[in-house]
Design a protein around this ligand. Sequence first.
Ligand code: GDP
Ligand code: MG
Ligand code: ZN
Length: 308
Amino acid sequence: MPEPTDVEVGTVYRILGKEVSVRTDSKTFACSLRGRLFTGDGSGERNQLAVGDRVELTPLSSSKGVIHAVLPRSTAIVRQVGKRKLSLQVLAANVDQIVIVSALERPRFKVGLIDRFLVIAHDASIAAALCLNKIDLGDDQALVEARAELELYRTLGYPVIFTSAKTEAGHDELRALLKDKRSVLTGHSGVGKSKLAAAIQPGLHLSSAGVDRHGKGRHTTTASTLFSLDFGGELVDTPGVRELSLGHIERRKLAEGFIEFRPLLHQCHFASCSHIPEPHCAVKEAVEDKKIARKRYDSYCRLYEELG
Ligand SMILES: Nc1nc2c(ncn2[C@@H]2O[C@H](COP(=O)(O)OP(=O)(O)O)[C@@H](O)[C@H]2O)c(=O)[nH]1
Ligand SMILES: [Mg+2]
Ligand SMILES: [Zn+2]
């Protein structure tokens, strides 16, 4: 048995297959997992470890170790994978902020995905911000329209920034947003998350998750990776999501994920109001009065159906 002093505590900064990279105050370790701790395809209980987790490990050498415990999480970003209820995947643990990245063009942003991510962020009690990238693409008109569409989110209290990974646009705002926090960049594949991370943190691409061990997938992020930022803070770059199902979220929680609904949720006639068919619904009245944007309400209804 190793002496208790041999145990070190560190942070998981990368998971690739069965290999878990952990950073302690002074070293990094390539770790395996002991016993019933598994990572992998994200199906249900097998996904017990995520980037950002604090773990206890026993060093086997100066660079290798075995993880034997995961410390309690403050936050976890969870999504459902596939249609089965039990298939949950923890995208990242112990994060302060989700930055939802979308693109002006290629692929053109849809606010539906933004609303989904906001629900996930609220469910996890994590702050959220929006970043519209690739503003160098598209004409002025497209950008004006996008700004107008995202202005709604700014009025709801979410920071909204506009960036390009190809130019300097928005980099200062992005750094200010990320400074001294642990943030997760999330959003569809191809919107520029990895490129943005490399743009604000020079040298990042050299050690980034862009290349897997076999040299395949050079330009796709294959694993979530936690980076330290020179200007303060940490950043998790995640692989793009192909689908984002909210199946694990309770219907009651869904309405809370729409931040502007919250003050009204106890004012409906029916305590169990779903805010869809019921009469005397404070949410629907606010939509009629244009105090809640109809787009957001429609988005709520779509997601509600999906949870059925
Ligand atoms: N024009 C333009 N292209 C970008 C921008 N950001 C990323 N790209 C390109 O979009 C593609 C996907 O970028 P990547 O960072 O891998 O996206 P990720 O999947 O979200 O990490 C790459 O070909 C990038 O060069 C941008 O701001 N402007
Ligand atoms: Mg990427
Ligand atoms: Zn209601």
